[in-house]
Design a protein around this ligand. Structure first.
Ligand code: GAR
Length: 200
């Protein structure tokens, strides 16, 4: 597939970047419908940045601590994405709440992975809360990003059983393995849909 028909995509991270690594690996296939043009972090020390640099993908930091408020942070983020020619954004462990204006500007072109079967367990500490609730099944969701946190339309989900003796860490690992398989498939679906919608 030629580069013109691969949707230029940014991955936004805040931490270790294991989902980012799964997306980068999938996008190495020249037939993958998204081309990763930028990995961006709001934290200069995010481990995922080093991992991205090793693969030769351009990286950027927009440090939230260097901005006085959410609006100015989001404006800087938006400028950086547009400068890189980004058309699709994949949040991968990006732990910042985005302003409504930013989300509206990217709506339909920004997706996220969340470690629960949404609408169950929005927010943080999802594995701990799933165990406390005694659910038999847990998992992860890729969804479109809307202004309300963890509330956008679902693109894909993967399920895992909750087993006797699970701790939040053990359960997180079981879910994470599913995230790494699910997110590359979901990003490909969204990129294909966008590409087909803009092609005449
Ligand atoms: C992943 O489990 C992801 O689903 C979660 O953070 C982890 C990031 O890991 N995201 C959220 O909780 C978003 N609200 P990674 O940096 O290794 O991909």
């Amino acid at each position: 597939m030629s580069d013109e028909v691969r949707v230029p995509t940014a991955i936004l991270i805040s931490g270790r970047g294991s989902n980012m690594a799964a997306l980068l690996a999938a996008a190495q296939d020249p037939g993958y419908p998204a081309r990763i043009v930028l990995v961006l972090s709001n934290r200069p020390g995010a481990a995922g940045l080093a991992r991205a640099r090793e693969t030769g993908i351009p990286t950027a930091v927009v440090d939230h601590a260097a901005h006085p408020d959410r609006e100015s942070f989001d404006a800087a983020l938006d400028a950086r994405l547009r400068a890189a020619g980004v058309e699709l954004v994949a949040l991968a462990g990006f732990m910042r709440i985005l302003t409504e204006g930013f989300v509206r500007a990217w709506e339909g072109r920004m997706i996220n992975i969340h470690p629960s079967l949404l609408p169950a367990f929005r927010g943080t500490r999802t594995h701990e809360r799933a165990l406390a609730a005694g659910v038999a099944e847990h998992g992860c969701t890729v969804h479109h990003v809307v202004p309300e946190l963890d509330a956008g339309p679902t693109i894909a989900q993967a399920r895992v059983p909750v087993l006797q003796g699970d701790t939040p860490e053990i359960l997180a690992e079981r879910v994470l393995a599913q995230e790494h398989a699910l997110y590359p498939r979901a990003l490909a679906d969204v990129a294909r849909t966008l590409r087909d919608a803009t092609r005449h």
